[in-house]
Ligand binder design. Structure first.
Ligand SMILES: NC(=O)c1ccc[n+]([C@@H]2O[C@H](COP(=O)([O-])OP(=O)(O)OC[C@H]3O[C@@H](n4cnc5c(N)ncnc54)[C@H](O)[C@@H]3O)[C@@H](O)[C@H]2O)c1
Length: 255
């Protein structure tokens, strides 16, 4: 039986917990969330009092489904040697932190998994990396899904345009798809990001344009808002990614 810990028990974390209840090969053995009401109904032995407690428990994998800051705080506390799967991958736009993770993981042998989450086609981007000349991504979401609550947006408005590096700093909770595309493709500084706030949409819409030697790709991905920052596809996608990572006997493997 593989044991996992959940760092974050919001929309995705609680989905993963429920989804894994009947799994015979993977069990949730630890849960951390700073809001104690969120974990109040769980068995007490599962609930970690803080991130240090989570990081020191004997687990195969910790799945981060909280916030980019949580990855930064948790990583140095992961003393038990568990692997880490990161949903909030905007944290990797910080080159110093990324290098530190890579260096530490190289020394300890811990693996860091970056699930494709809400976006499709990362395998193609990664495999074609040496051929790519430009990658841009435009995301359209409701202002609330972008955390814009301080002013009323009446009609679709471009609220950001620039590098993905800057987009991750501006919207750390809302452009994980941009971070994933940058990590798979040409990097945070070379990927161009546009973010549009549309008060009339219920969808999360991503349009990715990739140009390269001998290739011309346009990817359009839509999902419907389910959590505040998360579309309906992402929790299931994360569940399947963690099953793939922990049990390599799916019988049918797409690589
Ligand atoms: N990679 C992807 O494609 C993708 C897609 C959707 C969401 N995400 C990311 O996954 C994470 C979880 O998403 P969710 O929909 O479950 O969010 P959510 O807001 O429903 O849950 C987040 C949980 O983390 C806890 N938390 C701990 N520290 C926090 C902090 N510093 N700031 C905010 N919350 C904190 C909250 O209490 C909450 O229970 C978010 O960072 C989100 O941006 C990634």
């Amino acid at each position: 039986m593989k044991k996992i810990g959940l760092a974050g028990f919001g929309f995705i974390g609680s989905f993963l917990y429920e989804r894994l209840k009947n799994n015979k090969k993977i069990q949730v053995d630890a849960v951390w969330d700073p809001i104690s009401e969120k974990t109040a109904a769980l068995d007490r032995h599962l609930v970690c009092k803080d991130l240090e407690d989570l990081g020191s428990r004997s687990l195969d994998l910790i799945v981060e489904v909280a916030h980019a800051d949580v990855v930064r705080n948790l990583w140095p506390l992961m003393k038990s040697g568990a692997d880490l799967m990161i949903a909030s991958m905007t944290c990797l736009s910080d080159p110093e932190f990324r290098h530190r993770m890579e260096r530490d993981a190289g020394q300890t042998g811990q693996q860091i998994f970056l699930p494709h989450g809400a976006v499709l086609g990362l395998d193609g981007l990664r495999d074609g990396r040496s051929l790519l000349t430009s990658v841009s991504i435009t995301t359209t979401k409701h202002p609330e899904s972008l955390g814009i609550t301080d002013r009323k947006i009446e009609k679709p408005e471009v609220v950001f345009t620039g590098t993905t590096l800057e987009a991750c700093r501006t919207f750390p909770r809302n452009v994980n798809v941009h971070a994933a595309v940058a990590l798979a493709g040409v990097g945070f500084e070379a990927t161009q990001s546009t973010v549009i706030a549309d008060p009339h949409t219920k969808k999360m819409h991503h349009y990715i344009e990739v140009r390269g030697r001998g290739l011309n790709w346009n990817l359009e991905i839509e999902s419907f808002s389910a959590g505040v920052v998360t579309g309906s596809y992402t929790p299931e996608s994360l569940y399947q990614s963690l099953v793939s990572v922990l049990t390599r006997d799916n019988g049918f493997c797409i690589i």
